[in-house]
Design a protein around this ligand. Structure first.
Ligand code: KG4
Ligand code: ZN
Length: 343
């Protein structure tokens, strides 16, 4: 069975985006609805789980209804319901899982559980043709930074991951230190446009020359030291800094993170002897990361597939696209499926 006509309704509620999408087959996106909660969490500088959960509850029904309407289908046309059930915030995931289970039960159709991180990598393959696997895959998001050897959409062999903060988390925390708005990634990228990436030499933690693991807590601390002074006494100088000084810190921080991500991915590609690199997750929206990864892949004759901008941050299209592979493999979940914060 390899049915490009299969209609899948996909649901995503792992963090602060309530999303639903309808796909026909693996790549034909009939609708994609994303209701972002950024405005609700902005004032706290990060996602507040209880607020996220409540907002998902309020939004899930209208978001699913709109996805079905936009797709121009009836709920009864759907062949399967897919949902991200891990990893993420349990109180957020549970809203999508409950909605998906209810729909699957009501409609008498299969339920498909999806790992959110694996779906981020699938988003790099949605608009590409003739993909040659295995590939080296890097997923960089707010909660995860990991390298895999991707043998197929459903076979991802872990090769390395962060031992502390995720790359996106570092962007968010450094943005907070610099009084830039949440989410930190886009605001650091914007501030960095006017800065010099070589202005400050922030540390690039490589954890050994053959390591495919990451560590981003050191660089976050280095930015904090830079802003508060080595003895960390007194208040941060950020309020008294010029726009150029902030821009230089943002650009230097961003460059250090990009250097590490690109170097480790190239090392993994060499170790795995890969001709293809996949890049997905919220941080994959970062302009300098996209450009510098492309330059290094081109140098080595490696084909780079990056998630299109619209599928970098959380969305349900990536959930539905990966679910199509599970549908074809007959990998269905039971109605007692649970949400899990870990992968
Ligand atoms: O994939 P995602 O939406 O959620 C998780 O699964 O975590 O990723 C969100 C993360 C946030 O940390 C955000 O700051 C980061 O992606 N991000 C960026 C950019 N856009 C979003 N980081 C760097 N540069 C960007 N342009
Ligand atoms: Zn995500």
């Amino acid at each position: 069975m390899n049915n490009q006509e299969t209609l899948i309704l996909a649901i995503e509620t792992s963090c602060d985006e309530t999303a639903a999408a309808v796909l026909r087959g693996e790549k034909n996106v009939l609708s994609s609805v994303v209701s972002s909660q950024v405005d609700l969490h902005k004032q706290y500088g990060g996602v507040v789980p209880e607020i996220a959960s409540r907002a998902h509850i309020e939004r899930i029904y209208p978001v699913v209804e709109k996805a079905v309407q936009d797709a121009g289908i009836e709920l009864t046309d759907i062949d399967a319901v897919a949902v991200a059930n891990c990893p993420g915030l349990s109180v957020a995931l549970i809203v999508g899982v409950t909605a998906a289970k209810t729909l699957a039960f009501m409609l008498g159709i299969p339920l498909i559980s999806i790992n959110h991180i694996h779906a981020h990598l699938q988003s790099a393959m949605i608009e590409a043709e003739d993909i040659s696997l295995p590939a080296t895959a890097l997923v960089v998001s707010g909660g995860h930074t990991s390298i895999y050897n991707c043998k197929s959409a459903l076979e991802l062999e872990p090769a390395g991951s962060t031992i502390d903060d995720a790359a996106g988390e570092a962007f968010d925390k450094v943005a907070q230190i610099l009084n830039l708005s949440y989410p930190g990634g886009p605001s650091i990228q914007k501030a960095a446009e006017k800065g010099d990436p070589k202005a400050i030499q922030f540390p690039r933690s490589m954890l050994g020359k053959d390591s495919l693991d990451f560590s981003f807590s050191g660089i976050k601390t280095a930015v904090l030291y830079h802003c508060k002074g080595q003895n960390m006494k007194g208040s941060s100088r950020v309020g008294r800094m010029s726009e150029k000084e902030i821009a230089d810190i943002a650009a230097s921080f961003q460059q250090a993170v990009v250097d590490v991500l690109v170097k480790k991915t190239m090392l993994a590609a060499e170790m795995q002897n890969s001709g293809t690199v996949l890049l997905g997750g919220g941080v994959a929206a970062n302009g300098p990361l996209r450009e510098q990864m492309k330059q290094q892949c081109d140098k080595r004759n490696i084909r780079l597939l990056i998630a299109p901008m619209k599928y970098c941050t959380d969305n349900a299209v990536m959930i539905g696209s990966l679910a199509w592979h599970k549908y074809n493999a007959g990998l269905f979940a039971d109605l007692d499926l649970e949400a899990s914060s870990s992968a």
